[in-house]
Write a new protein. Structure first.
Lengths: 220, 219, 241
């Protein structure tokens, strides 16, 4: 083997990678936040009796779950241009992952709603609460507990998916930064191994925090 | 907007070739990945806590690092160690290991989900440990794990899109190549989407029928 | 007074209520007996508007339940209902279960809501459990919590939908005691129950429902001891075995 591993240059670039990690976490969290909001709407739409709403929601959910995430990012990057909407790599990555998250989370929400007995809603309404009050005080807290674990998993997925941004030109997230540095010196293995370790740590840190939050919030 | 498309039948065939590559990769990865996953899953379900934790943690690494990086690292490592594997072979190996990580989880929980009373009554009837495994536990565990396995397989099929980064022309890359020429991203991507969807849909249908057949033996 | 006039209710093609007529006078206890599927629960849920009727009218203190102009949320504060199971809100403590609607619907201040809640919980015998989560309460305690929660709203009417059917036999007694207590307080109640002896003891009137129609109705002694209709006789025979 004629290759010598040069680890020191890799470590020198750690600061840049860490800054890139911040962008990675940013994109992931934004995509989950928007994803949750859209997913809630999709879940309600799919369950509604209105055929237009339910078909729209079904279509979104099916497309997001049956096509690759990279495909969805491509659609945002290349496809939106046809409508005159030019989003950069950041935008395409965010839109693509959000679209994907929304579909998966919608199904998670629907499953969670099914797990809550219908008497909960009935009882809340019987006490005089309107639909919104019933949802905020009774349904949502219970739903949140049921889907918490799944949302945490989806967030991990989103964090890892941000790495796809580099394929459409992202250079500000962890993957993009690593890729750029790589093209300057071709220490591919060392650099990407370091990036891999960073992704691993980010993922584990996140899951650890989620676990602690879970303990704190759901004591009943 | 010009309605005359430059997209020709040749282009479509080119895309289906790419789809063929994606499917082939998926088949190899799922085959070996499932095999390995079953072994890992079984081992994990029978060994003690410590060993289970170690094996589990190692497999977990493959689920906690982006697949793209795994492909890049494997590719780089292969070049460094002068293994001389083609990108296709590397992709198969990486995807197989990736798959095995998920399958081992599914298999392990499937095996553990078989209620202890079943094992007990089986042994009480005189079946040996291995007979119990073969006739009782595995079939039941299979029923439980099957839906997850379907999900994993579909996931791998979609993840094959990533191998374009190490130079393989699968469906998405072939689409991109055509887009560069004809500048009709929406049309071509829509066709690619339909292709992905169709394969996914057919697979779900077929496995759904298998599940339905099993439902007839439901308790 | 609750007036149920010629009420018809169906779920899709399935006709559940086929012309119900009933009157529940103030301070009286009206029990409803019948086999499963006879429409009892549906009837109760039509009274507070949870289910919509297709034909007929339901009037509560003169207010028509089915009228579009009726403020259902307000009407529901006047009607308390307790269901068979999974009533209580699992993510709230006993106290919070009771104070929630007081604060959110009746817009009571924190202090006032807490006072009212503590009062009701004491009456029902749950003072020592106010900060406990329902998962730690027995079935009987949960049902009593549900009753206290409904009572805290100061309703004019209380509806009970088989509230002891899902309970361990040991726990039924404490819940029935609560109902006896309510009756003595003068609460107007409609009770769906399978506890025939209890119904005979507390009711001023009993109606027997069979396949969506009131077959027989009258004083407890008449219905229970001298049933006239075959279906009533069959039902009572089975239930009192």
């Amino acid at each position: 083997m004629n290759y010598t591993f040069h680890w020191y240059p890799a470590f020198k670039l750690l600061p840049k990678m860490l800054i890139g990690s911040i962008t990675t976490i940013e994109v992931a969290f934004l995509s989950i936040l928007f994803g949750i909001i859209i997913a809630a709407i999709l879940a309600i739409a799919k369950n509604s009796k209105n055929k237009i709403f339910s078909s729209f929601a079904s279509t979104w959910i099916e497309i997001s779950r049956n096509t690759p995430a990279l495909y969805q990012i491509y659609m945002a990057y290349f496809g939106l241009g046809t409508f005159g909407i030019y989003v950069g790599s950041f935008g395409a990555l965010l839109i693509g992952i959000t679209f994907n998250n929304a579909g998966y989370l919608a199904e998670i929400f629907r499953g969670g709603l099914r797990a809550i007995p219908s008497t909960q809603m009935k009882t809340a309404r019987s006490l005089g609460m309107n639909f919104i009050q019933s949802f905020i005080y009774i349904i949502f807290p219970q739903l949140f507990r049921i889907v918490f674990h799944s949302i945490a998993n989806q967030t991990v997925w989103a964090i890892l998916m941000t790495s796809l941004g580099v394929i459409v030109g992202m250079n500000s997230d962890l993957m993009g930064v690593t890729n750029e540095l790589n093209s300057l010196s071709f220490r591919t293995f060392e650099y990407f191994l370091l990036a891999a370790i960073l992704y691993y740590l980010i993922t584990k840190l996140f899951l650890g925090s989620a676990f602690l939050i879970n303990l704190k919030l759901f004591r009943y | 907007m010009n309605f005359m498309s430059e997209f020709s039948l040749n282009d479509f065939l080119y895309m289906t070739k790419g789809l063929g590559v994606s499917i082939t990769l998926t088949l190899w990865a799922v085959f070996f990945g499932t095999l390995m996953g079953i072994i890992f899953g079984f081992v994990r379900s029978v060994v003690g806590f410590f060993l289970n934790f170690i094996i589990g943690s190692i497999l977990d690494i493959f689920r906690s690092v982006p697949l793209l990086i795994q492909l890049i690292l494997a590719n780089a490592l292969s070049a460094i160690l002068k293994f001389g594997y083609s990108p296709f072979q590397i992709s198969c190996i990486v995807l197989a290991v990736y798959t095995s990580s998920y399958v081992s989880e599914t298999v392990r929980s499937g095996l553990l989900s078989v209620p202890i009373p079943f094992r007990r009554s089986s042994r009480s009837l005189g079946l040996t440990y291995f007979q119990t495994l073969k006739e009782i536990i595995f079939p039941l565990a299979l029923r439980v794990s099957f839906p997850s396995w379907v999900g994993i397989t579909l996931g791998v099929f979609k993840d094959t899109s990533l191998v374009l980064w190490i130079g393989i022309i699968e469906l998405l890359k072939s689409s991109q190549i055509i887009i560069t020429r004809t500048q009709e991203p929406l049309l071509i991507l829509s066709i690619a989407g339909i292709l992905y969807f169709t394969v996914s849909f057919c697979f779900t249908r077929v496995t759904g029928m298998i599940e339905k057949k099993w439902e007839k033996y439901e308790l | 007074m609750i007036n149920i006039i010629d009420v018809y209710k169906s779920f899709g093609k399935l006709q559940i209520l086929k012309g119900i007529n009933m009157e529940v006078k103030k301070n009286k206890v009206h029990s409803i007996l019948g086999a499963s599927g006879s429409g009892k629960s549906t009837l109760l849920q039509c009274i507070n508007g949870l289910e919509k009727i297709q034909k007929g009218r339901i009037l509560v203190d003169g207010i028509e339940v089915g009228d579009k102009k009726t403020n259902l949320n307000f009407l529901r504060t006047k009607i308390g209902i307790v269901f068979q199971q999974f009533n209580v809100f699992p993510h709230l403590t006993t106290l919070e279960n009771v104070t929630l609607a007081l604060k959110v619907v009746l817009k009571k201040r924190n202090k006032d809501a807490k006072e009212i809640a503590l009062q009701q919980l004491e009456k029902i015998g749950l003072s020592d459990k106010i900060n406990t989560y329902p998962s730690k309460l027995s079935g009987g305690q949960q049902q009593r919590l549900a009753i206290a929660r409904a009572l805290a709203m100061s309703p004019s009417y209380m509806l009970f939908d088989e509230i002891t059917s899902a309970l361990d036999p040991m726990l039924v007694g404490e819940v029935l005691d609560a109902l006896r207590y309510l009756k003595n307080d003068g609460m107007t109640m409609m009770i769906i129950t399978h506890e025939i002896r209890f119904a005979k003891e507390v009711s001023d009137k009993i109606s027997f429902l069979h396949e969506g129609v009131v077959i027989e109705s009258g004083a407890p002694k008449d219905i229970i001891d001298n049933p006239k209709e075959t279906e009533t006789i069959k039902f009572l025979e089975r239930s009192l075995k």
